[in-house]
Ligand binder design. Sequence first.
Ligand code: RM4
Ligand code: MN
Ligand code: MN
Length: 424
Amino acid sequence: MQLEKHQIQDLNQDALPSHQRKFNYISGEVKNAEEVVKKLEAFNIAIPSWALGTGGTRFGRFSGGGEPRSLEEKIEDVGLIHALNRSSNSISLHIPWDIPDNAASVKALAAQLGLHFDAVNSNTFQDQKDQALSYKFGSLHHVDKSVRQQAVEHNIQVINYGVELGSKALSVWLADGSNFPGQLNFRNAFQNTLESLQEIYTALPDDWKVWVEYKPYEPNFYSTTIGDWGQSYLLASKLGDKASTLVDLGHHLPNTNIEQIVSLLLMEGKLAGFHFNDSKYGDDDLTVGSINPYQLFLIFNELVEGMDARGLDHATGIGWMIDASHNVKDPIEDLLQSVEAIKIAYAQALLVDYKVLKDAQLNNDVVKAQDILQSAYRTDVRPLLAEARLRAGGVIDPVSAFRKLNVRGELIKERGLKTVATGL
Ligand code: RM4
Ligand code: MN
Ligand code: MN
C-alpha cells in the first residue's frame, strides 16, 4: 500500500485553519521559530526493521493483523510512516531476522519510497537453524575460540550485507554475560570480547563505523560483559576512531543520569548515537516519551548544546534510531508517536537560550537555570513540528491521518489477519 499525494492534501486541507492559528501564535511567542522549523525538517529518525510487527514478552504475543510478512513489506511500512511524518527516511536491519537476499531490488524499493539504510545490526544472542555452535554461553566473549570465530564471521557477513545496501555502520549488541557468580572470569570475558571486536573492526570499510551498545542485565542476570557505558567506552577507545558507544535509553538502571553520560561521551567524540525508547523499570522498550518526557528533553538539551560546541550537524552528526517493541499498540501508530516525541524534545531543546543559561551557571543562579530549562520544556512546540511536516509534504497530524485513511484496515486486507513479522 502506498499513500497518494492527494490523500495527504485532502487531509491537510481540513486541518489547516486550526494549524495556522496555532502556528501563528507560537511564531509570535518564540524568537527562533523559523530556524526551529528548518532544523525539524532536516531531522530524521531511523526505524528498526524488527519493530514493525507486534512485540511480545516471554509470556505471550498478541498479533494485531496486517503485519509485514517480508523485508519488502517492512520497507513499505517504513515508507508509509515516512509519507505521513516526513521524518523517518531510513530503516535499520537486524540480521538474520531480515536478510537482504536481493540487495539491488530491496535498495531500489527503498529508494522509490525515499528511504535509505541506516546501521545494520548483528545477532549473536540467539541460535539460528543450521548454526554449527551454540551461543548459549555467549558469543564474542565465549571461552571457546571457535564460538568466538563463528560470531566474528557473522558480524563480518552483516557488514557485507550492509555494504551492498549502502549502510555505513555496524551496530553490535551482545547478550554475553553470566547468570551466576563464579561462572565467568570477568577479565578474560572482556579480553575475549575486545579481541573479537578487533577482528570485526579490521573488516570495516574505510568509511564505516562500529557502534558498541551496552546493557546492564537481561538475558543474563548476574553480569553482562558490556554492561555499562564505561565498559563500552573502554572497548571503543581501545578499538580506535571508527568505534564509539551507542546509548539505548532503556539500558540503564533506574534513576541513572543518562543526560550526563551523553554529555561526556559527546565531549570525547565517542557518542555513536541512540536507540530511543522509554521505560519504567528496565529495557521495557516502550513508546518514546510515554513515561518520562522530561528526561528525554534533558537529554536533547545536552545533545544540542554539546553538538553545537563540537560543530556537529544535528541531523547527521550521530545516529538517531528507535528501538522499541509494541505489545498492545499498533506498531505503526506507536512508531509515529515515538518519532513525534523525539522531535518535540529536540524542538524544545532548540528553544533554550544557551548564552543566558551559561550566564546563569557562571553566576550560580540555580533558580534561573531551572527556569530556563523548564520554560523551554513547557512550551507547546507541536505546531512547529506540524509546520515542518507540512512544508516537507507530510500530514499535519500523522496518527489521526493513519486512522482516517484506514491504513491498518487496508494492510489487513492486503496481507491477512494472521501474519507474523520477524523481530522482537
Ligand atoms: C536488545 C538491544 C538491541 C536490540 C535487541 C533486539 O535489548 O536493545 O539493540 O537489537 O534488543
Ligand atoms: Mn537497543
Ligand atoms: Mn534493548
